[in-house]
Design a binder for this molecule. Sequence first.
Ligand code: ATP
Length: 311
Amino acid sequence: MSRASLSVVSDSVTVRVPAKVNLHLGVGPLRDDGFHDLVTVFQALSLCDDIRLSPANELRVTTRGEGAGDVPADASNLAARAVNEVARRADRAARVAIDIDKRIPVAGGMAGGSADAAGALVGAAALWGLDIDRDDLTEMAAALGSDVPFALHGGTALGTGRGERLMPILARGEFHWVLAIARSGLSTPAVYGELDRLRESRPDSDITTPRPDELMAALTSGDPRVVAPLLHNDLQPAALSLQPALRRTLRAGVDAGALNGIVSGSGPTCAFLCADETSAVNVAAELSGVGVARAVRTASGPVPGARVLHD
Ligand code: ATP
């Protein structure tokens, strides 16, 4: 995403923005401000939302597709908050119609709302022909939410702080995933709360968050067989405690031939790393038949972050 790609003034702008999976999610102790320090490895996947922005008489949001009924249509929608933020900065009225075409599961642990916020930031800047540089855009993204900067940048990256401080990681090749989307979502604060509760009940548990150097080295090899055993998520026990049926989903994916499976972020989506594209298609077909998920999708990564689509 360059300055030039943002400087497009037109009738409407469509931005495609990816879901994320955490290949590693280390969660530090609860901080005084209520957040946890994270050490995480994100990968952007080809499961994307499209955000269309067009001039309108007032700010409005409509959503169609995956989980549309659970997405707020008022100013609390993260995409609307992003547009309001760009408008405030540009000192203009946020008279924009936002149309979200959703494919990323809502409350699924794949940062769908954050993706829409990143898409709306890029879209509003392009619609109004604003020249906002990358650092400023990243700063605005971080103010909107911890996962928003990654949705902006995409690829594969190490995230620290609340996950908003990013460092790109070299990942060779393409990784093939199967995503099992659960019947109901999980609230991210509830999953962190459950992790804190589980940790309090086991005061001896290790809550250090070392950098996942072995995983980062494995990613440069491009070999999913080397990467698969290194997938790790500190939030997984908490997500499994709140939705015990996910254990069966994780087992079913591995039984179907995936190299490894993991709860994505705060869940409940389960992400399965497969040996190649053919294997992913086979695993998806078999998982669909077992009935452990509401929907099953294949996706590959890494893909770029929020980008304007040109017809
Ligand atoms: P994360 O992985 O970042 O913790 P998530 O993927 O689990 O998030 P989201 O899909 O981002 O969860 O949605 C969390 C909540 O945010 C939803 O229940 C919804 O009420 C609210 N929300 C606000 N704006 C959006 C949006 N554009 N898309 C989806 N949810 C939104």
